[in-house]
Design a protein around this ligand. Structure first.
Ligand code: ZN
Length: 195
């Protein structure tokens, strides 16, 4: 498992709900926390490790020792949004790229945790921003999609560099072609139980 970079097609994937909490899913979550800490992040969505599941994790402190600050969101839904506040965002899939994004100030989010409990959280400040950013990932939305036109224009050269690098990696065979990546994503989608 590794964190994929823009413009990997997984980052534009609309992910499917998780049907079952399995030992394999727990293993995925624990690997995601490891990767997130290694990369010095505070949130990571399944799309960012090329898995088409509605799942993201967060630790707003970014400190692996702060276990009580670790949150797992399975099949999250943002139920309510209040107010608006602008803040700087970055993304582990868009390295070294930062820009101001307007987000709801306060949100109410529901999600299942790994024990299968549905929880409802009211969040403000950094956790609210992280959850909105990560939840966007599950719909294939990146923070750069939410920048003002002028902020986006400033970041465009950098985005183009990332695109060039990705195409180069595909040409050299280090990363498979998009059609192969997309087929793989499709094959990993959770299947809806019959009946
Ligand atoms: Zn991100």
């Amino acid at each position: 498992m590794q964190i994929v970079r823009y413009p990997h097609p997984a980052l534009r994937w609309k992910s499917k709900p998780i049907q079952q909490i399995t030992p394999q899913l727990r293993e995925i979550v624990s690997e995601m926390f490891e990767l997130m800490y290694e990369a010095r992040g505070i949130g990571l969505a399944a799309n960012q490790v090329a898995l088409p599941y509605r799942l993201f994790i967060m630790n707003p402190t970014g400190d692996p020792n702060e276990k009580e600050q670790e949150f797992v969101f399975l099949n999250p839904e943002i139920l309510r949004r209040k107010g608006s506040v602008e803040g700087e965002e970055g993304c582990l899939s868009l390295p070294d790229l930062y820009g101001p994004v307007a987000r709801a100030e306060q949100i109410v989010v529901s999600a299942f945790d790994l024990s299968g409990q549905e929880q409802e959280l009211t969040l403000t400040e950094l956790p609210s921003r992280v959850v909105q950013h990560e939840n966007d990932h599950l719909d294939g939305v990146l923070f750069t999609d939410r920048l003002s036109e002028s902020s986006l224009r400033e970041l465009l050269p950098h985005l183009e560099d990332l695109e060039l690098q990705f195409r180069r990696d595909q040409k050299s065979g280090a990363i498979p072609e998009n059609a192969v990546l997309e087929k793989h994503l499709k094959s990993l989608e959770p299947s809806t139980p019959a009946g």
